[in-house]
Design a protein around this ligand. Structure first.
Ligand code: IVH
Length: 230
């Protein structure tokens, strides 16, 4: 699994747009999918013939760690999918709600540590005691691949009954990026989960394929971080 490169201001976002236009050799603006960057633990869920067969955490970034039993305890994660492709991997973020975290304050420094600690438990009965939640934000392997955009993909993932963050939206101009950033930063304190920025992804999946990745991160996405503390 790769990580995301970061942006910290308007100029960084302008550079991101410019680089993409150069790479793709296009002049016009292109659409972005804007998604809150949930500060949890990433997980990948593999479904074969509609059944959840295994789930991995990021591990060392190359070989994921098998945490299937623990992921099965998360109520929000569907165990069976209806009308799904033969093989599909759903990627997303496991987190603990801020309110639920209150009762684990003594044991863990922050919600992210609580989610990580809970997912690493050897005994899934221990994991079950901590109410974990999940937001899906993408796919890995999928056969057959038949979506044109990231936003269509999120809509389909939602139909398969995965929670998709309600603040995801399509955006295109730099001004919209800035307005959206300010809006979500204001909402941030009132959300029941930690968000440490906004992920902007090139919405067109064909563009994403053409852009590909460097050795560290996809060229088609960036995390625009928030400046203030939570
Ligand atoms: S897309 C790099 N979308 O942020 C692979 N990641 O530094 C593409 N994250 O560990 C990731 N919310 O788990 C993506 N809406 C979102 C996300 C998101 C949180 C996490 C992800 C990864 C980290 C990337």
């Amino acid at each position: 699994m790769l990580s995301l490169s970061n942006a910290f201001n308007r100029q960084d976002m302008e550079d991101f747009q410019k680089k993409i236009k150069n790479f793709l050799n296009i002049k016009s603006n292109f659409e972005l999918s804007s998604e809150p960057k949930i500060d949890g633990i990433s997980a990948s869920l593999r479904y074969e013939d509609g059944k959840l067969v295994y789930g991995l955490s990021r591990g060392d970034g190359i070989f994921g760690e098998d945490i299937t039993e623990n992921l099965l305890t998360i109520k929000e994660i569907p165990k069976y999918l209806k009308n799904a492709p033969k093989v599909i991997e759903i990627r997303g973020e496991v987190y603990i709600g801020k309110k639920d975290f209150e009762q684990f304050r003594e044991k863990f420094a922050n919600p992210r540590n609580a989610a990580g600690g809970s997912l690493r438990q050897k005994d899934s009965n221990e994991t079950k005691k901590i109410p974990l939640k999940f937001f899906a934000y993408g796919i890995g392997d999928m056969l057959p691949k038949n979506f044109k955009t990231q936003s269509d993909l999120l809509a389909e993932i939602k139909k398969w009954k995965f929670p998709v963050n309600s603040l995801c939206q399509k955006i295109s101009s730099i001004d919209e990026i800035e307005t959206n950033h300010a809006k979500i930063e204001t909402l941030r304190g009132n959300l029941n989960y930690d968000v440490d920025g906004i992920v902007y992804k090139v919405n067109n999946l064909n563009f994403q394929d053409r852009l590909g990745s460097t050795s560290n991160s996809p060229r088609w996405a960036i995390a625009y971080k928030f400046s203030s503390v939570k």
